[in-house]
Design a binder for this molecule. Structure first.
Ligand code: SF4
Length: 346
């Protein structure tokens, strides 16, 4: 089943990357600017929280200016869901279990139907229904049963533009519940390990969980949840997809781990270079090497389009396997950017 979220499709070979805006929705200028930069960084769909009426008003302005489809994240208040749909949002994310009685859920479903807007039903390990926890012991089973109950509402009122997500902070639970969900439900799956921790822990957990599932053909869109910026979430998501061959990298940066021979701050050069080229598009798939020494660097960087092998005060730039220039170390970053420019699509 393929679900349209604005101009992005969920349920095809292309796996859209999502993140969620972390500042207040009411800061319209910041949000619009961030959405534009996140698109450049590789994000495909953006989620925004709508916790109150003022946020609905802000949402309207954000939708007008947004360069990618917007998902409104709603909890508890069904009226905010309906108002977000009326504001022109491209998808809503709700947990029908927390928006009250069936009558309210029905009103939301009818509003979705009116506009043909899809919904993501989010089942989170941290907020499972009490009656199911009392009935079943196994967390995976509780999550699946919770989804069945929520899908029932939508089936009853004849609406199936549904994406499902089953989130847990535990990698194994995330994998197991999504495998089960793929067997049972016909709907696309939004996958990721939630509340996964900081940049390092969260990257590891999400890389394992998401890649394990995607390599088995499970999962249709991803969000890497990190206690870090939206940009880190998108960057990690993009690298996961590139690493398992689900998305072609624009640029592959090869950098050495450094050792006792290293005389320059390679970590800083790599960090600054990555930030400077963020979002740039190239006319071919590029491999750039940033190596710590002139002894082993060029050899280890074999196959790179261009790169640098750093020395104590001066460093060697190479291109297509040949040395092209010796530059002062203070100019390494500038020189790499000049070489990058040759391959850029304006
Ligand atoms: Fe060490 Fe040079 Fe290899 Fe980097 S390229 S790890 S500095 S030997």
């Amino acid at each position: 089943m393929i679900i349209d979220v604005g101009n992005i499709k969920i349920g095809t070979d292309f796996i859209p990357i999502q993140t969620m805006i972390k500042n207040s929705t009411k800061d319209i200028t910041l949000t619009i600017d961030k959405i534009r930069k996140l698109k450049d960084a590789g994000c495909d769909i953006i989620r925004i929280t709508v916790p109150d009426e003022e946020s609905v008003i802000a949402l309207k302005s954000i939708i007008k200016e947004s360069v990618m489809p917007i998902v409104a994240d709603i909890h508890f208040d069904y009226k905010l869901a309906i108002k977000s749909i009326e504001a022109g949002v491209h998808k809503i994310r709700i947990n029908p279990g927390n928006i009250g009685n069936e009558e309210r859920v029905k009103e939301v479903i009818f509003a979705l139907k009116d506009r043909g807007i899809p919904v993501r039903i989010g089942i989170n390990g941290g907020s499972l229904p009490k009656h199911l926890k009392e009935k079943y012991k196994d967390e995976v089973q509780i999550m699946i049963e919770a989804a069945k109950e929520e899908i029932n509402y939508f089936e009853k009122y004849g609406y199936d533009k549904i994406v499902l997500s089953f989130k847990s902070s535990n990698v194994q639970t995330t994998i197991e519940v999504n495998k089960k969900a793929k067997e049972i439900f016909p709907f696309p799956l939004h996958i990721g390990v939630t509340e996964a921790g900081d940049l390092i822990d969260g990257t590891i957990k999400n890389s394992i969980g998401i890649s394990h599932l995607l390599l088995q053909g499970i999962g249709d869109t991803i969000r890497v949840s990190l206690t870090s910026s939206e940009f880190d979430e998108v960057m990690v998501g993009k690298r996961i997809l590139e690493s398992i061959g689900k998305r072609s990298p624009e640029i592959d940066i090869v950098s050495c781990p450094t050792c006792g021979r290293t005389e320059v701050d390679i970590q800083k050069i790599v960090f600054d270079f990555k930030n400077k080229i963020l979002g740039k598009k190239f006319n071919k798939k590029l491999k750039v090497a940033i190596m710590g020494c002139v002894v082993n660097g060029p050899g280890e960087a074999e196959g790179a389009n261009f790169g640098v092998a750093c020395g104590k005060e001066q460093s060697v730039l190479f291109k297509d396997g040949k040395k092209i220039k010796v530059v002062k170390n203070s100019l390494i970053l500038d020189e790499l950017l000049i070489l990058t420019k040759e391959y850029e699509n304006e």
